[in-house]
Design a protein around this ligand. Sequence first.
Ligand code: ZN
Length: 478
Amino acid sequence: MKKLIIALLFVIILGGCNMFDDRNEIDKNDFDLINHDVNDYDINTYYLDVVLDEENDKLYVTGEIIYINDKTDFNELYITLYPNADEFVSLDNVDIDYIKINGLEVEYEVVGYDYTQIHIDLEYTLEKDDNFSIEFKYNFEYWDYGRLMALGDYYLTMFFYPFLSMYDDEGWNIDPFTFHGESYYNDIGDYYVTLNVRDDFLVATSGKLLFEDNEDGRLIKYLYLEDGRDFSFSASPNYFYYEEVINERLFKIYSVRELENYEADNSFKYMEDTFNLFEEYVGEYYYDYFTLEYGYYYGMESSGVVYCSADISEGTVVHEVIHQWFYSMIGNDQSDESFLDESLTTFVSGIYFLDVYGIEGANDYYGYRTSLSERFEERYQLVLGDSLLRKVDEFEDQYGYLIYYHGVSIFKYYVDEYLGGDYYYFLELLSHYYDEYNGDTASIEEFLVLLERESGVDITKEWFELQIGEVQDLSNTP
Ligand SMILES: [Zn+2]
């Protein structure tokens, strides 16, 4: 937040300058891959030089991570790199050129059953509180589906770069990639990305475009993302582009099909209303820009950008936008504790419908989202006693039902029963969650401690733990 305030002051001092223009703070040299002094940093920082090879559907990445080691003394490292994790076949999709630690090339082994972990046995100790550098060069091929999708001239590129695997109370988080939840767990960081694409491409991305060069039929985009949970982009020469400035924030839409006027207007409205609600009740959004992509993906959140299907769904757009609060700004372990980001986001999406459409809108939304509805009767009996505290991959077929329906019912029951059905009050409680954890990560335990403290409802933590530890029959639960 400090940097945001400084940036704001800067804009005020310079008066007339374009508020979407950060060039006075950062210049092109700041994107260089060389000469970084690791001691200059206080946040994990990613330098990525990315070249899209449209002929061969490949991505070439050279880069460096400056890692702020506030975790422990490391004698070994795990680096997560996801582009080997294909749902169907390939395991050697990534071709690694080198990995260097503090400038020296190291031996490594690619491990894990989906080959997404790069393991390095260090011959020395990387001590706590000493920053270190990880340099890398690799390339990989796109598939024609999923989060690394090439469809003709269309490219979706998510979770494509390495990051030091999360090291927390449980040690290394080196779970395989999960295809149900597309789980991701990382600290926030700053990103300096140069992206090289064919010069007829439009790019939807997490980052803010600061500079652009046009050389020999190629565009080089200088993209900057501050305090991002992840960085991603999609690219296509066939996008239809729309933009609108709303409350001094630049909203952009990239769509693979032309939108009717009312569709574009509605889409901006979905974003505007969601931002208004969550900024008013929960907390300020970090960036003065936001991008919605309508493409070939069903709905996926990323810092500063969301990817939704071109078959527009209001609920999906709203859900993905809310993830800017409960994923991007407040992170969590999406693999082990999907209840915290997904059930919460899905529940509070209903408050958007309450806000925009009134009680009927909320009833429609929650009527559809309740795990207790008649259409789920058999399913409900089947999951009684099941835990919502499993790793995403261990839910198997019940993941969607338990997290996106029953998790919502748990929150709704709590607000109706213990908070007098006051949904706005629940959002206000979440502002304390935001104040304490934005820019950081939280666990379910931390969330519940906070919710109990702020609500003053002294059964909160115990009640939630009972509900998510073993599915109870909510139709007759005290
Ligand atoms: Zn979600």
